[in-house]
Design a protein. Structure first.
Ligand code: GCB
Length: 865
């Protein structure tokens, strides 16, 4: 008997690997799209305009970077004709949508198929077989992304772009198949209840769909990474629907961040003749893990500090319609940076992401978009629970996932301010979500993330999950850089006092940085690349030193688009370690130096190619500026224009040199050695040396642009790199302001300069956002000649009326200037004047208030003759 079974096994094995049983194809091309509502969507009405689009698609891409606030939230219609080839007659046909934001209605040949799908981030499938006819079939999809009180997210710091923004797949199976349309789920649930170095037990729950009674076998075959069969198990699927299988293997090759070893589990349904009817593949990684609130995270018994980032599905100009190639690129860049931890925030993302987390060895947490506020009604609660179930079932088999997060900053909108009924729903939602996590998957941790004090959540009674995450922006929105260590330690203490056994994750921290902004005097909220670098250095010092911070995720891997943001670049949250089109910022290199296990060295600021400075001495030929090198070796030597500046020892992976830069091109070489291997990095800097004395004949004055009211440099354009210099007080022989005060941020950002108002009519918001208010004069001690003098001005949400005269050397240039009246609020105004300097007078620009206060954002002087 045994040998007959073996023979059967052998044949089924042969058959199963010689044919394709389940058909899968993307149908992303050539959809017709109509933005707006349609009364007669299925008519051939010529008046309805359709445009051809390719999935991934979002209808909001053009709304993003315009000057206007808001983005289209409403209906969008898609249609496409498909023909199912004859070979698939009598089979089951499904459409699988990886994600559509946010309510989806599906029609085939004008008839509704299935229920509307609710929620913009989870995968779902619909069986369209019975609606199909021979020949051509019209698929129509109505999508709506309008605000809906019953669907989360209700509010968030990201935009809810509409459209079919992930792949659509056509799935064709035999009538007997593994379930496809179970909340978008994979029909195979793999668990590894016992794993050790010696052996691993695998249990598998398979969900079958069988229209007819019959005898089927469910066959699971485990392959190692070399595609060698390790084990096969066959279970009868006589009459029951769910089939349970179980087997054990010896000496599993364990999955971990250091060794992301993946097996492949092939699951098949085989009929009595040995014909394979359906087949699905799943990744399988053997690992055991636990969190300890005092000692940290352990994987396969090894203590592992979890360091990584958060990530949004986003790319500049594409809204959320991001290709699989970009998703995979991001994961590779994160691997290059050296992370081992990824928080997929704030919603489930493209399947490509988890595939890469498994392959690259990222320990991962995944969450649902219950952000800031609940959809506080019964339908809202049910929808949120459904999303969680869909997220868990679809992603169940990824070995990289260790925790399911039920929500982010859900107390952002203070529940008490929203009334008793809201609070009740809100608390209940938390409770039921935490329970659902454990019901759906008891093999992983439940997790929730907050930004308010531990005591606040305690008072509300929402401490339901096993892990807790805190989003803390010390040194950015609140508190100073110097106090990051103190604040973090005391937060962790408060959390552990409340819940001594609940592991603490620093789920978000970070600060904004616009790659155009640079500073040698970085300050909080100046959006300089240098401040972001210092902030992350400070955080990492504490994070690495505290075992109680079991894991930490930078906010964010990349800059991302948020319609309502008004930072240095309007509509962009720029807390990324790379920009929205993936240019690396200096802090990226810091993390790489701290985390990378292979030799690494970088001139952190090498992306800043166009710099300027004032000569160190009168008639001097260079300016000294600091340059920071990051690396993971002991020390580094810096060579500037062929001359060595000597060696410096790395301190926390950084070393800063004072570098003499000459006018023109400078070659910077950093050289280090690790394990006998030489490592090098280069940078070229095009340097504009401004004379200390503007009348210098050795280095004659040519042109200068000053970012008035700011300590930052500003690179106007990535390609042209027109550079604005930081402002300074006037000194004889040089240039600078006289009088005035720096414009300060609103009170919650004490002591920070500039505003977060988005400035219309310009892309150079940061120049206008920093200003000198009440400025009396601006002086340039330049030689006689003809000059072009430009002013950059903006009146930013001022209440009072401001009128000023601008005079040059006693002559009125611009009289009775009322910016608000003439140009409007928050609009950048740039004007240039031609002036002549005679009698060695230099230039004195006087600002005279006729009413209210004077102001100046930028000033530019260019010598013509
Ligand atoms: C947070 C939120 C995240 C925001 C971030 C920020 O705490 O969880 O969605 O984008 O702060 O940049 O303010």
């Amino acid at each position: 008997m045994k040998s007959i079974i073996n023979l059967f096994l052998f044949f089924s094995f042969i058959i199963s690997y010689s044919q394709q049983v389940r058909h899968l194809e993307t149908i992303n091309d050539s959809w017709q799209f109509h933005k707006g509502s349609l009364d007669t969507p299925f008519s051939n009405d010529d008046l309805i305009s359709w445009e051809k689009v390719t999935i991934p698609h979002s209808w909001n891409t053009e709304d993003i970077l315009d000057d206007e606030d808001g983005y289209y939230r409403g209906d969008g219609w898609y249609k496409k004709t498909i023909t199912i080839p004859k070979v698939y007659e009598n089979q089951k046909v499904f459409l699988l949508f990886e994600a559509v934001n946010q309510v989806t209605s599906l029609f085939v040949n004008g008839k509704t198929v299935g229920k509307d799908h609710i929620g913009g981030y989870t995968t779902f499938a619909r069986d369209i077989t019975s609606a199909l006819k021979k020949g051509e079939n019209e698929i129509t999809v109505k999508v709506n992304n309008a605000h809906n009180d019953e669907i989360v997210p209700q509010a968030a710091d990201f935009s809810f772009y509409g459209g079919i923004y992930r792949d659509i797949q056509l799935v064709i199976t035999k009538p007997v198949h593994f379930e496809v349309a179970n909340m978008g789920a994979n029909a195979i649930f793999v668990r590894t209840p016992e794993v050790s170095e010696a052996s691993a037990k695998i249990t598998i729950e398979s969900k079958l769909v069988r229209p007819k009674k019959g005898k089927y076998l469910v066959q699971h075959t485990l392959f190692d990474a070399q595609d060698t069969m390790v084990k096969q198990v066959i279970s009868k699927a006589a009459f029951q629907k769910d089939v349970f299988s179980e087997f054990t293997i010896n000496n599993p090759n364990l999955w971990s961040p250091d060794n992301p070893y993946l097996y492949k589990l092939v699951s098949e349904i085989v009929d009595k003749d040995g014909v394979v009817l359906d087949r699905i593949e799943n990744p399988l990684g053997f690992r055991w893990f636990s969190f300890d609130s005092k000692k940290g995270f352990f994987i396969n018994g090894k203590q592992t500090k979890l360091i990584g980032t958060n990530r949004h599905q986003d790319f500049l100009g594409k809204a959320n319609a991001v290709s699989d190639e970009i998703h995979r690129y991001d994961m590779k860049l994160l691997k290059e940076m050296g992370i081992n931890f990824l928080r997929i925030a704030h919603y489930p993302q493209d399947p490509a992401i988890l595939e890469m987390c498994n392959k690259l060895g990222f320990v991962t947490t995944l969450e649902i978009p219950f952000v800031n506020k609940a959809a506080a009604n019964e339908a809202g609660k049910q929808n949120t629970i459904n999303m969680l179930k869909e997220a868990i079932r679809f992603n169940y088999n990824h070995p990289s996932i260790v925790a399911w997060n039920l929500g982010n900053e859900t107390t952002m909108k203070a529940p008490k301010d929203l009334g008793e009924a809201y609070t009740k729903h809100f608390v209940e939602t938390h409770k039921v979500l935490a329970e659902t996590i454990k019901e759906e998957d008891h093999t992983r941790y439940s997790y929730s993330v907050f930004f308010r004090e531990p005591a606040y959540q305690d008072k509300l009674g929402i401490r339901f999950t096993e892990l807790v995450g805190y989003n803390k922006y010390y040194g950015w929105y609140v508190e100073e850089l110097e106090d990051i260590d103190k604040n973090l330690r005391s937060l962790v203490k408060r959390s552990l006092e409340l819940d001594p056994d609940k592991p603490f994750i620093l789920s978000e921290y970070g600060g904004g940085a616009d790659p155009r902004i640079r500073s040698y005097n970085p300050t909080r909220f100046d959006f300089s690349i240098e401040y972001q670098f210092l902030l992350h250095k400070a955080y990492m010092k504490t994070i690495l030193d505290m075992p109680e911070i079991v894991g930490a995720n930078v906010w964010n891997y990349a800059d991302f688009q948020v319609e309502h943001r008004k930072d240095a670049v309007p509509h962009i949250n720029n807390k990324g370690l790379v920009s929205a089109n993936r240019q690396k910022k200096d802090a990226f290199y810091l993390y790489k130096a701290l985390l990378s296990k292979t030799p690494f060295l970088a001139i952190a600021s090498k992306a800043w190619k166009n710099r300027a400075g004032i000569a160190d001495t009168q008639g001097g030929t260079f300016a000294i500026q600091p340059i920071t090198i990051v690396g993971n070796s002991k020390d580094v030597e810096l060579i500037v224009n062929g001359e060595s500046l000597g060696k410096k020892t790395f301190d926390f992976s950084t070393a800063t040199f004072d570098v003499p830069l000459k006018g023109g091109e400078n070659l910077i070489e950093a050289v280090s050695e690790q394990n006998g291997q030489l490592i090098k990095d280069y940078a070229t800097i095009d340097f504009t040396l401004q004379p200390k004395n503007l009348k210098s004949t050795k280095n004659p004055f040519n042109e200068i642009a000053i970012n008035v009211g700011s300590t930052c440099y500003f690179n106007e354009d990535h390609n042209v790199n027109y550079l604005w210099m930081p402002d300074k007080a006037y000194e004889v022989g040089s240039f600078g302001y006289v009088g005035g005060e720096l414009l300060r941020h609103p009170s919650n950002r004490r002591n920070t300069i500039g505003t977060d108002i988005s400035v219309k009519g310009t892309e150079n918001d940061p120049i206008y956002q920093t200003q000198l208010i009440g400025v009396e004069a601006y002086k340039f001690d330049v030689p006689n000649g003809t000059y072009e003098l430009s002013f950059l001005l903006a009146e930013l949400k001022t209440k009072e009326e401001n009128i000023m005269d601008i005079e040059v050397n006693g002559k009125v240039l611009w009289s009775e200037l009322n910016l608000k009246k003439e140009y409007g609020d928050n609009r950048g105004v740039a004007k240039r004047f031609l002036i002549t300097v005679e009698d060695d007078k230099g230039i004195t620009v006087n600002f005279k208030a006729k009413k209210g206060k004077t102001r100046l954002s930028g000033i530019k002087l260019r010598r013509i003759n």
